[in-house]
Ligand binder design. Sequence first.
Ligand SMILES: *Cc1c(COP(=O)(O)O)cnc(C)c1O
Length: 378
Amino acid sequence: MVNRHIRLSRSIVGQQEAEAVSRLLIEDGYLGMGKEVKAFEEDIAQFLHVPRARVICVNSGTAALHLAVQAIAKPGDKILVQSLTFLSSFQAISAAGAIPIACEVDKETLTLDIEDAKRRLTHDTCAVMPVHYASNPGRLDDIYEFASKNKLRVIEDAAHAFGCTYHKRAIGTFGDIACFSFDGIKNITSGEGGAVISSDEGVQRQTRDARLLGVQKDTEKRFSGERSWEFEVTHQGYRYHMSNIFAAIGRVQLSRFEREFKPKRIEIARRYRSNFSQLKDVKLLESNLQEIVPHIFPIRVLQGKRDSLRNFLADKGIESGVHYKPNHLLSFYGAQKGSLPVTEGLYEELLTLPLHPGLTDDDVEYIIEIVREYFSQK
Ligand SMILES: *Cc1c(COP(=O)(O)O)cnc(C)c1O
């Protein structure tokens, strides 16, 4: 018991991924963006049942968000986004010269509080960025209705929500723009990576070019094994394309998702929920495990007990996390302490428990036992 160490999260990769990478290194020898990336985009399109032109892979989820913002916003435009999100959402907005407007979250789901977002709408708001926190899309219908009434674009930060559905439709298959992350610990990983998914052809074209320094139609060339020696550029671009190495890992991961990762993540979350729902000082978030594949398992710890529970777990070899430090508290985003009381209150309560498909039944049992032990004493 004493020597246990349970990680909050980790990449679940092994022999199959190693073989795919090895095949690419040894047999293919083309490590840039080529056939393997094209195949990964096709695999994702097939998985989502969308036309393949809609899927654009890049080298991180942050890059996906940045390119999505750049495709729809002008410098100085405002984008409504919940403060309680990974720094990436905010950095992607400011990287494109747009201004993130920090909003509150709904206390039950920690997704965007749409009523609060409505109050922050101004004439120069161009978009809303709902974050599917802990894989929950929240009140997405209401967000789309609000957006269409006010002619706003919607960029879904779906970094947590790969493989999830909303009213039985897969995230990324409806709506405006969705961005996934395939970083090391997400629902599937490509090592690092991400994807922009959109049915808007303008967004597709811009994103495809912008991932390769803005070189027009370079994607088509690279996918057929050529290079652009003569080219035209009309927009700012970046080196955000995905490499074949990442894509080789991602393709294996995608093939393991339905049978392996998805049921395991759901099962762990179910066990936590059934064991913690009665604890007086714990509040579980609303979460529909019929539709979501949970990326993280945050709980709210009430009565000021969060830090002492966190220390108790650490003493027993269990890592935990805090998702996330609200962005409006950061100097770069104005250090506006006191401006979002709901979010700031939640920030004191949040604790994320380990959730990844590498946890054994025994690990989960142990975590449950230790959490219960803490609350039986205090
Ligand atoms: C992981 C994550 C991102 C960014 O993805 P990277 O691939 O790590 O760049 C963006 N938003 C949220 C909410 C995330 O959790």
